[in-house]
Every structure is written in structure tokens, then in C-alpha cells.
Design a protein around this ligand. Structure first.
Ligand code: NA7
Length: 544
């Protein structure tokens, strides 16, 4: 801060690498955090591992990658000029367009000058005497800051299963979450893809267009709804832009933080079979995640859920020609427990003779060999392997940094039995260490862009408040943290979403404690809670 009574006066700002705030990650969260802090007059730097901005959209360049939130809503709203001038080409924007948007934002607001690229944060330690975080990077730089802000993303640490023999494979292999920037040409190649989550479901139809043979290794079948993606026409865009604020306001009142997710406030079990099918058909035709809004009790009542699941299974039967393949593609879980996928021609792809579905649910993948992938006694020979095996979600990126708080406690130690935070923003024992869309906030269960903005606004307001009131430190009380975690667990327990093995509960990573990590109580309730805490003078926090 430039004022003489700055709370960060203790910091010798003249000394190199010393800032009011250090931000880790230059995705949408880190970029907006930098913009906000700079606008308020604080000094800040972002440290980013990649050589460009965009976070998720910088790394996930696999074929077919696109957002499954409506593009008009998956965008910043903090600048009216920005949202008026940017023109999205499609209902669901493809990855290159989202990355272009991230770069446009970085240029438009001159963010790059305060971002240090190609640098990884290895550790951050709170020095209690000075109330300063000391941050160390992989190129031996040391930074000091009063505030340390983790904008490290929820799905940013790829999960590369430790398959036996992986180093023996003679061909190239790729992880969808770390795709080569120059792209990959699979023309004429035999390709094996492991996984059938969202990344696989988006990439399989595109890879199938190039590959000579495609082997899809499926451990768990997933539900996917057609995107029915389309070009946006200018009249439609202009209509939204005439009242963009109206759309944004409606989104804030929605549990998932998007106006596109209209919930039919009727129970599936309370209507006739005919009405139910009619509703599902309508939603199937509209496409995408709003399918789960067909009825309000789909994630509350297993009988209701079964009606939606059966509907999707009947669609699989309609689309897929080979009944055996159709049967294999039918998920056994309840629908919406794992994240619902959104596709373009996924089920149709399995009607192509060069696309093979390999069931590895019972006989697991044994190993990777020199020539391919071994399942039981059978070896599938391939020229390239794609691991679409997901991420160490929500906590992975934070666990990879050695974060040391008060009394030398590490975050990894505190989180041994699962993440513990107040509101997904701060953790007891780690003063002034904020996390954007951390565990215990709606994050991955909501439209990420507005949730990021809400967190960044809250954090900036908080830092401004500390500064204005000559306070140096904010830390949640243990009581508030525990009460919030109990609430997060309680609401999760009411939803069927917490009942299956998904990355929401950490089940995809061996040894990860089983805890439902995001807050499922919905965006409006969460926003209200955050605002109420501020209006009560940061209730539940110790400010010193
Ligand atoms: P996901 O949804 O975690 O999917 C990973 C897939 O990889 C899933 O089908 C897994 O099967 C499969 N997998 C993981 N390990 C193995 C092994 N060892 N053998 C066979 N199959 C395996 O990750 P995505 O990248 O697709 O999507 C993540 C999120 O990013 C998505 O929800 C969107 O929000 C964007 P499993 O189900 O564990 O049996």
C-alpha cells in the first residue's frame, strides 16, 4: 500500500522480492486477484509454473477440450467494458478460445508485468515474529509478503496412475491435463486411451477421427449428456449484453451459480411416467449439465435418480448399435454422483468399427509393456497412450507445496484426515494465507468464474479492511472452522452425490482420506454466509 500507515509497513518494500501479497497461479483466479490488489494500491506478484496465463485452460489442451458451462456465463463480470467487448463464438467455448480470452484479459489489464512465469513455488513459511510469509521457488528465489494467496486451481495436479512397466513403453504417452502445446497428430496411429471421465469423453470422438485404431479402456462407465453445442448468433449475444447484469444477478440466485441451470421444482416421483419422460426428452434436447435440473429430487431420492439414469440408459440403447457395447457403456452408479459429462458424439463414436471398448472393471490393467497395454493375459498393441486419468482434485496442488504455518505446523499435517478450512478461504494456524475456491466452498460444484470473482472480492475487501484498521493478521477461530466443516459434511450427507467413489471424495487417489470436499449447500447460501460474516466484523475470525 502506498499510504504511510500501511499495515505492511513492517515489510521493507525497498528490498527485492518483497510485496504486500504473493499470489500462486496465473489462472482466472490469480489474474483477477492481481488486478484487484493492484487496483486497491497494494503491491503484488503472481508466480506461475507455466509460460503463459490461463491455468486449467493453459494445461488442458487435449483434442475436444471445451467448457461445459455456457460461455456467456463462463467469463469475468468485474469489467463491464470487457464483457461487452468480448464475443464468444459458441454456446460452449473450446479450449483455444478460452485461452485466447485469458490472454486478452492479461493484455487488456497489463497483468503480465507482475507475473513471474516458468517458476514453481516449492514452499511457503509463516514467520511468526514478523508476521510475514516467506516463499521459496524452484529457481532458488525467495519472496516475502504479508499475504499469500493460493490461486492454484481445483483440478491442476494430474493423476498419473503408477502403472507397472510405464517406462518400458516405446511410443509416446500423454496426460490430458498436460497436453503438448504443439498438439498431437494421431493420423494412422493405434491409440490407447485410459479413462472414461469428462476429459476422455470429450477427446475420444476427436481422436477417433484421426486414429486408425482406438482402444478405450473403461473402468467405470459415466453418464454423459449431449452438448448440442452451436455457434452463437450476434442477435442473441447482443440481447444478453443489453442486460448482462440481469443474467449475472440471476446466476447468483442459482445453486450452481449459473442462470442456465434452471431447476424444475418438482419431484420426479410425483409426476406420471409420461410427464417424466417428456421432461427428460426436453432436457436431453437442450443438452448439457442442466439435465440434472429436470427434477429437484434427483440427488436426494434414489428412486427419482433411477428414473433419470434409466432414461439415459435407454438413449444409449437407441444410439449404440452393438447391444454388448451399449450394455458396457451403461453406468452402474447413480446419475450425477460422479460429475455429469457433456459430450459431442460420444456414444455414436462406438459405432465406428475402428473404435474398441475394453472393459477393465473386473480384470484391471495389469501393466504397460513395450508395445502397449496389458489387461489380464491380453496385450493391446498401440503406438501411443493417452492417460485421461484425472486429477488429485481440490487439495493436490496445495499438498504439493510445503506450507508451514504457526507452531511449525504443516498444512499436510493439518489435512491428514481431509481438508480443514473455514469457508474454503482460510485455515486455523495459517494466518493471512488465503485460498481461492478452496475445499469447503462451492468451487467445483458451481460455475467457477463467478465463484472465483466472489472469493477474490471477499479477499480484497478483507485485506483492505485490515489495512484501513491497522490490523496485520486474520485467522479463523478453531470453533468457526469446526462448525463450518460440520455444516459442509452435514449438507453433503444429505445428497446422493457423496455416496459413490468420485474425485469429489478423493476416491480416485490411493490413500486420500474420504471426505466430500466442496460445499454442496449452494451458491446463494454460501454467498449469504460470507456477506453476513463481514457485516458482523469478520465473525469467526481473530483479527490482530
Ligand atoms: P476423471 O473424471 O477423474 O476421470 C478419470 C478417468 O480415469 C475415470 O474414468 C477413471 O476411472 C479412470 N482411471 C483412473 N485411474 C485408472 C486406472 N488405474 N485404470 C483404469 N482407469 C483409470 O478425470 P477427467 O480429467 O476426465 O475429468 C476431471 C474433471 O475435469 C471433470 O469432472 C471436469 O470437471 C473437468 P474410475 O472412474 O476411477 O473407475
Amino acid at each position: 500500500m502506498t499510504t504511510s500507515n500501511s499495515t505492511v509497513a513492517k515489510l521493507d518494500k525497498a528490498s527485492q522480492n518483497t510485496y504486500d501479497a504473493l499470489i500462486v497461479g496465473a489462472g482466472f483466479a490469480g489474474m483477477y486477484m492481481l488486478y484487484q490488489l493492484r487496483s486497491l494500491g497494494f503491491t503484488a506478484k503472481v508466480i506461475e509454473a507455466g509460460d503463459g496465463v490461463g491455468g486449467t485452460w493453459y494445461w488442458n489442451r487435449y483434442p475436444g477440450a471445451r467448457c461445459d458451462v455456457w460461455s456467456m456465463e463462463y467469463s469475468y463480470q468485474f469489467s463491464e467494458e470487457l464483457q461487452q467487448e468480448w464475443v464468444w463464438s459458441q454456446k460452449y467455448a473450446p479450449q483455444p478460445e478460452i485461452l485466447k480470452y485469458a490472454n486478452h484479459v492479461a493484455d487488456r489489464f497489463d497483468l503480465r508485468k507482475d507475473i513471474i512465469f516458468n517458476t514453481k513455488v516449492l514452499s511457503t513459511k509463516y514467520i511468526e515474529e514478523t508476521k510475514i510469509w516467506t516463499i521459496k521457488t524452484d529457481d532458488n528465489q525467495v519472496f516475502n509478503s504479508q499475504f499469500c494467496i493460493m490461486a492454484t486451481g481445483c483440478l491442476s495436479t494430474p493423476n498419473k496412475p503408477k502403472f507397472k512397466g510405464i517406462d518400458d513403453f516405446k511410443g509416446p504417452w500423454y496426460h490430458t491435463g498436460q497436453w503438448p502445446h504443439e498438439g498431437v497428430d494421431f493420423t494412422g496411429k493405434r491409440v490407447g486411451i485410459i479413462g472414461t471421465g469428462s476429459s476422455a469423453i470429450q477427446s475420444i470422438p476427436v481422436i477417433a477421427e484421426q486414429a486408425e485404431q482406438l482402444f478405450v479402456f473403461q473402468r467405470t462407465a459415466n453418464y454423459t449428456i449431449p452438448a448440442h453445442n452451436k455457434d452463437l448468433d450476434l442477435d442473441f449475444i447482443n440481447e444478453i449484453k443489453m442486460d448482462y447484469q440481469g443474467l449475472r444477478d440471476r446466476a447468483k440466485l442459482n445453486r450452481g451459480g449459473t442462470a442456465a441451470l434452471r431447476l424444475n421444482e418438482v419431484n420426479a416421483v410425483d409426476v406420471s411416467e409420461e410427464d417424466r419422460i417428456q421432461q427428460y426428452e426436453k432436457r436431453w434436447e437442450e443438452g448439457g449439465v442442466p439435465f440434472m435440473g429436470s427434477f429437484q429430487d434427483l440427488l436426494l431420492n434414489p428412486d427419482s435418480n433411477k428414473t433419470a439414469a434409466d432414461f439415459v440408459k435407454s438413449k444409449i440403447d437407441e444410439i449404440v448399435n452393438d447391444p454388448k457395447v451399449a450394455e458396457l457403456l451403461k453406468p452402474k452408479n447413480i446419475i450425477g454422483c460422479k460429475r455429469l459429462c457433456v459430450d459431442t458424439n460420444y456414444y455414436q463414436t462406438f459405432n465406428q468399427s475402428h473404435v474398441n471398448l475394453i472393459d477393465v472393471s473386473e480384470t484391471k490393467i495389469d501393466s504397460i509393456t513395450e508395445k502397449g497395454i496389458k489387461v489380464g493375459e491380453y496385450e493391446y498393441e498401440v503406438d501411443a497412450i493417452v492417460f485421461a486419468t484425472g486429477f488429485d482434485a481440490m487439495t493436490g496442488a496445495l499438498k504439493n507445496i510445503d506450507i508451514i504455518g504457526t507452531n511449525n505446523q504443516t498444512l499436510n499435517n493439518k489435512w491428514e484426515d481431509g481438508p480443514r478450512m473455514y469457508l474454503g478461504l482460510l485455515a486455523k494456524g495459517f494466518p493471512n494465507l488465503f485460498t481461492i475456491t478452496g475445499p469447503g466452498s462451492p468451487s467445483v460444484l458451481s460455475n467457477m468464474l463467478p465463484s472465483i470473482e466472489q472469493h477474490v472480492d471477499w479477499i480484497s475487501q478483507c485485506i483492505q479492511y485490515l489495512n484501513d484498521n491497522n490490523l496485520t493478521q486474520i485467522e479463523p477461530t478453531i470453533e468457526a472452522e469446526e462448525e463450518w466443516i460440520s455444516h459442509v459434511n452435514e449438507v453433503a450427507g444429505k445428497s446422493l452425490r457423496s455416496t459413490c467413489d468420485s474425485w469429489y471424495v478423493g476416491a480416485n487417489i490411493a490413500g486420500k482420506p474420504r471426505v466430500f470436499m466442496p460445499y454442496i449447500g449452494g451458491v446463494p447460501a454460501y454467498r449469504e454466509k460470507c456477506e453476513e460474516i463481514v457485516s458482523k466484523g469478520y465473525e469467526g475470525f481473530n483479527l490482530t
